[in-house]
Design a protein around this ligand. Sequence first.
Ligand code: AOF
Ligand code: ZN
Length: 396
Amino acid sequence: MCEHLEPPGAPLPCIQTASSASPRKRDYRSSLEPPDVLWMRLALALAARGLGRTAPNPPVGCVLVKGGVAVGSGFHAKAGEPHAEVLALREARARAEGATAYVTLEPCSHHGRTPPCADALVAAGIERVVVAVLDPNPLVAGSGVTRLRAAGLEVSWDVLEGEAVRQQAGFRSLIVRGRPWVVYKVAMTLDGKVAALSGASRWVSGAPARALVHRWRNQFDAVAVGSGTILADDPQLGTRDVPGGRDARPVIFDRRGLTPLAARVIRPGSVLVTSSTTSTTAYKRKQVTVIEAENEVEALMALGELGLSTVLLEGGPTLAGALLSAGLIDEVRVFVAPKLLGAGLTPLSAPFATSLDEAHPLRDVRVSGVGQDVLIQGCLHKIPRLEVDAFEPHSA
Ligand code: AOF
Ligand code: ZN
């Protein structure tokens, strides 16, 4: 997802990229962008409001535009509730006739929990549909576009495709790989320490970085930690201070059942991932969902079965090292704080590369400033896409 969890239009200030070398240079990009791109940005910003709420469904936004004016808009708020297009059509009513629809995901063509959006767009008299990206769901996978084109609508599907793919990383991961998209978030000192030797880590990063993490938690389906982090910090893993926020589902990786029942994350709805040898009755009594898994892959597949599409992994180094070694971390977001510790714990405790040739390169790297800290984010894996070589992005 790389930065997909931040609503488009509210990017962090990039402090050093090839395209923004001068700190005084303003970014006038949006005022020069074609209308299709601007309207799609609005649809993506709407979709972002569903992040962390729609799983196993994707976040989707839709704007209907006629004569240069938005006549309806909507976003998918929750699985089982109406799709973005339907809400936008409801708002536009008769004004939808002859309008262009901007949708961040290919309109669906199947009868799921709701009827097909492609049919609703056709019935409302929409003339043109601009889609950001095709739906990898095998029930849709191009058939939404085909159906719209067959009904005579002009359809394209490549506007802000990269942004849409990043925003839908969780959904794409879940539907293609059966497991959530895993983002490892870590805060370290300038000399690469996440905690003092005692294990104390409050606080490495500054208040603005910590507030940003709360906003991320609000947009993820789950927040995961190892039992070591629970024992060291007893974190609450909530979204304090986020207006309208709700807690992501806490997931505790605890092979040996070391998490105290009085820990703050042991609450109804939390998930405990453990081994078959752990006694789990007391956790279950606290309405904790227990997953017994033999290894990390099994654990993540079980989280996928619970419908969790995005996991923000918040440590500690042992769990992160194990997941990275198993190839299960998809993206990293590292805050580097202007402090030196000299001695302490490092972000990944499992050795996974013995030479620089074996280092894991990140793709789609972004560097930004958050208060006094520097945030570096990048992906280890490609976000799953639908390969559609034979499928034209524009109507003939
Ligand atoms: C759209 N617009 O806003 C969303 C779509 O069970 P259902 O009926 O909600 O269908 C879920 C599937 O529909 C989901 O897996 C994805 O393929 C698509 N989601 N499609 O046209 C939307 N949320
Ligand atoms: Zn739909």
